[in-house]
Ligand binder design. Structure first.
Ligand SMILES: [Zn+2]
Length: 88
């Protein structure tokens, strides 16, 4: 017997049902959507933290790189003005 992560148990008849089910297919009672939304939110919460970490980390990295580049522009302005000779 495999226990699928995408299932839960009906609080009324204790039968295994789909985790997104709004009505139990065994006892046909309405199921509280609380369990569904809680599970969804806990995943979204974790994903949001990971995404935020990646975005903040990436932004900080890009900002640091940009400031380093900008320092080069300010200290060596002639480098950018020198035209590149196309290969003959
Ligand atoms: Zn049921």
């Amino acid at each position: 017997m495999l226990i699928d992560m995408r299932t839960r148990y009906c609080p009324f008849c204790k039968e295994q049902i789909h985790y997104q089910a709004l009505v139990c297919r065994y006892c046909t009672r309405d199921l509280p959507p609380k369990v569904q939304s809680q599970r969804k939110n806990s995943h979204g919460w974790l994903a949001a933290i990971i995404a935020a970490g990646v975005i903040v980390g990436g932004a900080a990295f890009l900002a640091a790189e940009f400031l380093e580049e900008r320092k080069n522009w300010l200290t060596e302005p002639t480098r950018r003005q020198k035209p590149q000779n196309p290969p003959d």
